[in-house]
Ligand binder design. Structure first.
Ligand code: BES
Ligand code: MN
Ligand code: ZN
Length: 501
C-alpha cells in the first residue's frame, strides 16, 4: 500500500472518505463534497441517523455526476478531542472498514482541526500511520487464500494543505512502523521456524541499517559463566544464543560519542514448554511468543537505526528454548549465574528471569549503560493484574518510571507502576543457595521483578512485564489480532523525548 499526501479537491476515481463529528455535523471537507453531490451526502446521513460517533459509517455508492466508486462518511467522535492517537485510530478504522470492500485507491479528505492537539500536518501523518499499522498481516503461511480475501488497497491518499510537512512527519513514523512490523513478524512466527539461531540470523540483517550485531553461542557463554541462561536451554536441541545489537547514532561527535546511554534487554524464550515443570497442554501454543521481549528489542533497534536516532543505544537479547529432555534442568538444581550469585531452580517454568539474570549482568559489565530497561513476557500473574490493557513497570528509579508513564500515555502503549518493597524480596530466600527462582503465587509479578533486581548493580533500571501485551486476542483500531509490537513505540518515544541530543 502506497501512502501519499495530496492537496484538497475532489478525486476523480476510487473511494473518497470524509468525516463527521459527534452530533452528526459534517466536517468542512464533507460539506464541500456534499455541495458537489447536490446534498446527497447530507440526505444519506440524515436517513441513516448518522450521529458522528467514532467509527460510525454511511456509504454512498457510485454517486451520480462523479466517477467515484463510493463516498464513505465516517464518524470521528468529538471534534475537539481528536488528538494524534485519535487520528491514528480513525486511520486504522477507515482502513479496516474498506479493506474488505475491494477498492484500489482510497482518498481521505482530512480536515485539519485547529483546536485539536498536534499541528495540521501531524494530524494527517498520524492518520496515515494508523492506517499503515492496521494494514499489517502475517499471511506467509496461508497458501489457499482467495484473492478477494486479500487486502486490495494499493494507494492511500490523505488530503492536507501541508503535504510536504506531513510527508516528512510520516516518513519518520514509518521507520517506527518498520520496527513494529519486525516485532510483530518475530512474535507471530512458530517455534519450529523461529528458534535461537534463526532469530539471531534475522538480527544480523539489521547491519544493513548500520547496527553492529554480535552473536554469542553456548561455548562463548560457558566461558562467561552464564550458568543461569545456559541451564534453561540445556534440555533443548537448539543452541542458545545471546545477541547484541549496537546503534551508535552519536558516532563521530567527540568523546560523548563513546558512551552507551541506554541499554535494552529482552527475554527471548523462543518456546516455553515449562521444561520439566511442564505446562498444561491447553494454550501451550501461545508460548511461541515468549520471545516477545526480545522481539521488541530487535524491533526497537530497527526503529532507532531506521530513523537515525541521535543516541548510542544497545540491545541485548537472551535466546533460548525451554524444553524437557534427558539433559534438561531439574527442579531443585542449583546454578551459578554470571554475577556469581547462586540460584536454586524450584520451578523450571520460571525460566525468563534466569535468562534475564545473565543478560542483565552481561549488559552492565560490557556497556556500563546509564539506563537499562528490560522487557519480558515474564509472568502469567501480569494478565491477572492488568489484563491486556497495560504493561507493568518495576523500577529502581522513580523518574524513569514516571518517564515511561508519560511516554505510555503519549503513544497509547500504556504502563502502570508496581511497588518494589524489600518485603517482596524475602519471598526469594532459599535454604541452600543465594536465592530461589520463584516467590510463590501471591504477588508473583513483583517477586519476579525483585529477582531481576538482584542482578542490577548501580544502573538506573526498569523492568517492563509485557506478558499481557505482546499478543492481542482481538482486533484493535491500529493492531490486528496477533503479535502487537507493543513496546517499540513506547521506548522509541522515551529515547526521542528524554535521551536524544
Ligand atoms: N512465559 C511465562 C509467563 C507467561 C504466561 C507469559 C502466560 C505470557 C502468558 C513464564 O515463563 C512462566 O511460566 N511464568 C510462571 C512463573 C511461575 C512458575 C513462578 C507463571 O507465571 O506461572
Ligand atoms: Mn515459563
Ligand atoms: Zn516464559
Amino acid at each position: 500500500m502506497k501512502i501519499s499526501f495530496t492537496k484538497p479537491g475532489l478525486p476523480e476515481t476510487g473511494v473518497l472518505v470524509v468525516t463527521g463529528f459527534d452530533g452528526g455535523e459534517l466536517s468542512e471537507a464533507a460539506k464541500a463534497i456534499d455541495k458537489v453531490l447536490h446534498g446527497n451526502l447530507s440526505r444519506a446521513a440524515k436517513v441513516a441517523k448518522f450521529k458522528g460517533k467514532l467509527g460510525e459509517m454511511v456509504s454512498l455508492l457510485s454517486p451520480a455526476g462523479t466517477k467515484l466508486e463510493r463516498v464513505l462518511l465516517i464518524g470521528a467522535g468529538k471534534e475537539k478531542k481528536i488528538d494524534l492517537l485519535a487520528a491514528e485510530k480513525l486511520g486504522g478504522t477507515i482502513y479496516m472498514a474498506l479493506a474488505g470492500k475491494q477498492p484500489r485507491t482510497v482518498t481521505i479528505a482530512h480536515d485539519a482541526i485547529e483546536e485539536a492537539q498536534g499541528r495540521v500536518w501531524e494530524q494527517a501523518a498520524h492518520l496515515a500511520f494508523g492506517a499503515l499499522l492496521r494494514s499489517f498481516r502475517f499471511d506467509k503461511y496461508r497458501t489457499k487464500e482467495e484473492s478477494d480475501q486479500k487486502p486490495s488497497i494499493r494507494a492511500l491518499k490523505i488530503m492536507t494543505p501541508s503535504g510536504g510537512r506531513a510527508r516528512k512527519a510520516f516518513d519518520e513514523l514509518s521507520r517506527v512502523a518498520d520496527g513494529i512490523f519486525l516485532t510483530r513478524n518475530l512474535v507471530s512466527e512458530p517455534a519450529n521456524v523461529l528458534y535461537p539461531e534463526s532469530f539471531a540470523q534475522i538480527c544480523t540483517e539489521l547491519s544493513e541499517l548500520g547496527v553492529e550485531v554480535d552473536v554469542l553461542g553456548e561455548a562463548d557463554m560457558k566461558k562467561l559463566k552464564m550458568g543461569a541462561l545456559l541451564g534453561v536451554g540445556q534440555g533443548s536441541e537448539r543452541e542458545s544464543k545471546l545477541v547484541t545489537m549496537r546503534w551508535n547514532g552519536l558516532q563521530g561527535r567527540g568523546r560523548k560519542a563513546q558512551a552507551t546511554q541506554i541499554a535494552f534487554v529482552g527475554k527471548g524464550v523462543t518456546f516455553d514448554s515449562g521444561g520439566i515443570s511442564i505446562k498444561p497442554s491447553g494454550g501451550m501454543e501461545d508460548m511461541k511468543w515468549d520471545m516477545g521481549g526480545a522481539g521488541t528489542v530487535a524491533g526497537l533497534m530497527k526503529a532507532l537505526a531506521g530513523r537515525k536516532a541521535e543516541i548510542n543505544a544497545v540491545g541485548v537479547i537472551g535466546l533460548v528454548e525451554n524444553m524437557p529432555d534427558g539433559k534438561a534442568q531439574r527442579p531443585g538444581d542449583v546454578v551459578t549465574s554470571m554475577s556469581g550469585q547462586t540460584i536454586e531452580v524450584i520451578n523450571t517454568d520460571a525460566e525468563g528471569r534466569l535468562v534475564l539474570a545473565d543478560a542483565l549482568t552481561y549488559t552492565q559489565q560490557n556497556f556500563e549503560p546509564k539506563t537499562m530497561i528490560n522487557l519480558a513476557t515474564l509472568t502469567g500473574a501480569m494478565l491477572v493484574s492488568l489484563g491486556q490493557e497495560r504493561a507493568g513497570v518495576f523500577a529502581n528509579d522513580e523518574e524513569l518510571a514516571d518517564q515511561l508513564k508519560v511516554c505510555g500515555d503519549d503513544t497509547g502503549e500504556k504502563v502502570w507502576p508496581f511497588p518494589m518493597d524489600a518485603a517482596y524480596d524475602e519471598l526469594l530466600k532459599s535454604q541452600i543457595a543465594d536465592m530461589k527462582n520463584t516467590g510463590g503465587r501471591y504477588g508473583g509479578s513483583i517477586s519476579a521483578a525483585k529477582f531481576l533486581q538482584r542482578f542490577v548493580t548501580d544502573t538506573k533500571w526498569a523492568h517492563i512485564d509485557i506478558a499481557g501485551m505482546a499478543w492481542s486476542n482481538k482486533d484493535r483500531p491500529t493492531i490486528p489480532k496477533g503479535g502487537t509490537g507493543y513496546g517499540v513505540r513506547l521506548l522509541d518515544r522515551l529515547v526521542a523525548k528524554y535521551y536524544e541530543a
